[in-house]
Design a protein. Sequence first.
Length: 471
Amino acid sequence: MNAALFAPELYYLLMGLALFFRTLRQQVNVKRDFQIFLALAGGGVLVSSLCLFQQGELFFAAYKVDLFSQIFKVALALGLFLVALISHNLADVEERSHAEFYLFLTTCTVGMMMLVSAVELLTVYVSLELASYSLYILVPMRRGDGIDVEAGIKYLFIGAVSSCFMLFGLSYIFGAVHSTYIADVMMRLPALVHSPVGLLGIVLSLAGFFFKLSIFPIHFWAPDVYQGGTNQLVAYIATASKAAAVAVLLRFAALGGPYGYSFAKVLVFLSIISMTLGNLVAIIQKDFKRMLAYSSIAHAGYIMMGILTLSEPGYTGVIYYAVAYLIMNFTCFMVLSEVAGDGRDLKIVEFAGLYQRSPLLALALMLGLFSLAGVPPSIGFTGKLLIFTSAMSQGYFWLVLIGAVNGTISLYYYLKVVYAAYFLEPGDLPVIQPSNVIRLTSVGLIGIIIGFGVFPNQVVELARMAVKYVL
């Protein structure tokens, strides 16, 4: 086995082992735990970036390393590092559990990195479960009024049910195809779609991926988990785990496209419902994290719009949008983490006067939200433009129109937060003094949101190169 092909996963496995030994210590040193986690997470970004152009197959061709998978591994490593940057104030996690918190974030990252390279059904399932069970443990670790435990139980139960559906569907697919390799399954897809057993297997198998991406109708967990989990954990769920789910769905869709993947047309319905439901329900939310949860459901609908085009421009737009969503969504969670220094949930009105309390955080929040809404010249606007134009070129005019209307609707509830931050008086709310690291991170994120929105060519070209490896 060429160890270089598995280098990012090996690094994070060793990182997890190092953090495991930290959990065995006799005396608690919160600051030291954080410094070790931050340094190791930064090293992971470097290792993943150095392996970006590695190519090959491992484990009897069940594991494929190519530019497509490596781009998502870099995104996952970046997501973990960004979450590490805001984990300096884990106020709502017991101090003795900080090392465990970092450990399970790392094991979840390992699972998702394996997921984006898996091209065999059982490997996909095991990788997905490794990532999911780490999150099931992390959600109830928050100290609170019991909502953390309730959210953890809901997340576990809904995740377990979707996992059972997925495993049941995979067994049907194997029975029909007599192979667990995705390429073999997709070659037989036209026959599967017209077979009751095959069709049922496909529908059930998609349940696991729809759960991770919080697509209708398996989206019920998102608002409660977003509200019940720690701000840092929810930032990770809202960014990194979404990227991994997008990667798997893209690989399935790309492999199935040449063989008449007509079943993908049902994704039109799921895309419309996810976009509309997410945006309409987000309007009435008063809790900031619940609002972002319903926003994530809507964004899953936009992503599905690019996937169902079954075309290279659509897949390119989805990869670009997945990376963009990670950046702009994390920006909002970074501001949330700094404003709620004690780890509590924030109502939208609690951002009142943020411009006076911390002008830099207010600017980062505004640009992050405007980018999520697709306001030019942000990275979110460019991502939506790529997806909408690819869908239009495939004849999905009405779907694009619905997407554009939903984007306009989303602007309303994003503007509520901006209005609170810039036009409401802060009252007795304290002035916020972010650390130099957070200031530097805020400036970097602002630069990326605007810079890659105005000059997206290099990222788009890299995404286009990655798509060629899965077509």
